[in-house]
Write a protein that binds this ligand. Sequence first.
Ligand code: 13P
Length: 255
Amino acid sequence: MRKKIVAGNWKMNLDLNEGAELVNEIFKGLPELSESRMVLIAPPYLHLTQTAAQLTAMDNVYLGAQNCHHEASGAYTGEVAASMLKSAEVAYVIIGHSERREYFKEDNAMLAKKVNQALSNDMQVIFCCGEPLEIRDAGTQNSYVEKQIKEGIFHLGESQLKNVVIAYEPIWAIGTGRTATSAQAQDMHAHIRSVIAAKYEQDAANKMSILYGGSCKPSNAAELFECADVDGGLIGGAALKAADFLGIIEAMVNA
Ligand code: 13P
């Protein structure tokens, strides 16, 4: 059985005190998580060691980073290498978020290198994909997302693919309050799974967790997570409030 996951991407929000307080509040309200359920918290780099220490008290709650550099080390001022993240007890690295693609000009070739860095440092990858509004309006979202996946992760062998989670985040739904309908999410997730099955074994596709992201909140999480191919969510704004994040975790636990 594949895992159901709720992952909180804090993006560039919260100072160290606010971050510690939020994790504390989440801890207080966290329901019991069975082995088939997991929660991930991906704060800014600066928070990682602090958050790691807090998470030792929680079962099935993992630490994530929002990015890593595509080279192993060297003269890249201001950057953070995958090996450094590993040494800070990071378990998952989010790679290919649309904000990284858009604002930092990360293309699929660079993202494929980042995926390699994370995997070769024994971390797991949450590989993000998703189309802008004009592609959705043109009805070509399936081939757009397929290309992102092919160029980002299809160089991996099946044993490496086991350490990859895909997050589908339609750009028009991120931070806009405009969530994809559960039918839109299910259609794309089923398409992504079929793309994986066509390249790898059906079994590998069945085992892959595929998360939805984009204006996910307590009021719509249950409906989204009930879809056959939606295995949880990558949460932005609602991950910054303990009550909202816990509400989404509850929906995942009950899905
Ligand atoms: P929102 O939940 O704020 O729409 O952000 C989604 C996202 O980008 C998570 O990575």
